[in-house]
Design a protein around this ligand. Structure first.
Ligand code: SF4
Ligand code: SF4
Length: 273
């Protein structure tokens, strides 16, 4: 399509200085892409839970071997590695070093690898910014001790047992024509394993608006497939929603929702006693 010539022209004119690619896909595709052009940099999803996922560590090493700077996206896996660490994982981190937050552990893991050039971390509070800057200043290649690496490996096992669907909550699959809250369903389903069934169910009911008489739960998916082609994590969304519906909407779900709705309407101001 003449893209290479177009890039060459833009580079010659100074309009483009560096050309790179951002990658979500299977590892084989990453290696193919790496060889397909004389890139200046690349960007991959990478964190301690995605060491063998998408480009993964093998992709990171291959890019670095070619001299490419590597930008890391999703370092905290949509925030899950910062605020979604299950209790048993928090204990492992706390025992190993109580001074580090889960986010700092995750960033240190990345900064300890010399092949990582830039870490893109989404922040929405000044305190997070300060924490990230402090982590970047105190960490560097080889900074993790053997004990710290072991703690991360142990937390990884906790995550693997607790998080069944690798949704990052990016929302690229939304909106769903049936109004199914896809990331909300997956987050609640994962929480039902990570934090207990009741916690997950409560989250499920509120995030699907089932308690407000809406029909946005997993079982309302009509399998049109519109969402799946947008998912950078290649989640088989329709299949995964089937698993969510089986677990989160047991036979008594409808009756429970009707009771919740009845209680809520009786509590509204002006309702008959
Ligand atoms: S496949 Fe299901 S969840 Fe996805 S867009 Fe269609 S109805 Fe919505
Ligand atoms: S696109 Fe995929 S990862 Fe993103 S919210 Fe939807 S299901 Fe989750």
């Amino acid at each position: 399509m003449g893209i290479e010539e177009w890039i060459a022209e833009k580079k010659a004119s100074g309009a483009i200085r560096q050309v790179g690619f951002s990658f979500h896909g299977a590892q084989g595709g990453f290696f193919e892409l790496l060889e397909a052009y004389n890139w200046d940099f690349c960007q991959i999803q990478y964190n301690y839970m995605n060491e063998t996922y998408q480009a993964g560590r093998a992709g990171l090493l291959a890019a670095a071997k070619k001299g490419l700077p590597v930008i890391v996206m999703e370092p905290l896996l949509g925030g899950r590695l910062a605020s979604g660490v299950p209790q048993s994982g928090l204990k492992i981190f706390g025992d190993a070093n109580p001074a580090y937050s889960p986010a700092v552990w995750t960033l240190r893991w990345l900064f300890s690898q010399p092949e990582v050039t830039v870490v893109l971390s989404g922040m929405n509070a000044e305190q997070q910014l300060e924490e990230n800057i402090a982590a970047a200043q105190s960490a560097g290649p080889g900074c993790l001790s053997r004990e710290e690496s072991a703690a991360i490996e142990a937390v990884k096992s906790v995550f693997e047992a607790a998080y069944k669907i690798p949704c990052t909550g990016c929302n690229y699959c939304m909106p769903c024509p049936q109004n199914v809250n896809i990331p909300g369903c997956f987050a609640a389903y994962n929480a039902s394993y990570a934090n207990g069934f009741v916690t997950g169910l409560t989250q499920y009911i509120t995030s699907t608006a089932a308690n407000r008489g809406q029909n946005y739960t997993a079982r309302h998916c009509v399998k049109c497939g519109k969402c799946e082609r947008h998912c950078p994590q290649q989640i088989e969304i329709t299949k995964a929603l089937g698993a969510v519906a089986r677990r989160m909407e047991p036979f008594w779900f409808g009756a429970a929702i009707r009771i919740i709705n009845a209680v809520q309407s009786s509590e509204k101001p002006g309702a008959a006693n």
